[in-house]
Ligand binder design. Structure first.
Ligand code: FE2
Length: 166
């Protein structure tokens, strides 16, 4: 059975690719015709599918750390705080993107997309780096085979639940 940390790392790679695409787009907002379709697609990914990944971490992987690391402190607390920041930044980004794709393609809207988008990109890259290199390594050392298997099975449940909803 696949290790849950390997599954999350694979998802990180796909997310990093999308962040690279998004970085290009937010630098070309003055070319609305060129960027609109891609911005819409990326915006929709970061508004929906992307959060399934956070669910996997928050509902399946992180709880397995409870035996050896308090939730309120240490790396899990930092990761959860960053998830909150990313949710808030995404909300600001989505609002600006909706305006831009609607009829409010003003300099102010473009600035709002650029600011929230760059913040989201920078924070998420840094967050993924910490998960890949610190948190997931700790999981691989501290969680036993039964725990790893349980998390992988929960991931499949989370994926299935999302498909039913979609
Ligand atoms: Fe992650």
């Amino acid at each position: 059975m696949a290790k849950p940390t390997d599954l999350l790392k694979e998802e990180h790679k796909a997310v990093l690719q999308r962040l690279a695409d998004l970085e290009q787009i937010i630098n070309d907002l003055d070319q609305k015709e060129k960027v609109s379709a891609k911005l819409k697609e990326l915006g929709s990914f970061f508004d929906t599918e992307f959060w399934v990944h956070f669910d996997k971490e928050e509902k399946a992987l992180f709880p397995e750390f409870d035996n050896f690391m308090p939730r309120g402190a240490g790396p899990i607390a930092v990761m959860l705080e960053e998830h909150v920041v990313l949710r808030k930044t995404n909300a600001d980004f989505q609002q600006a993107v909706a305006k831009y794709l609607g009829n409010a393609d003003t300099a102010e809207t473009r600035r709002a997309i650029y600011q929230s988008g760059s913040h989201f990109i920078g924070t998420l890259r840094d967050h993924i780096f910490k998960e890949d290199n610190i948190l997931f390594r700790m999981a691989e050392i501290h969680l036993n085979a039964g725990q790893m298997e349980k998390v992988t099975l929960l991931f499949a449940d989370i994926d299935r639940a999302k498909q039913v909803k979609a």
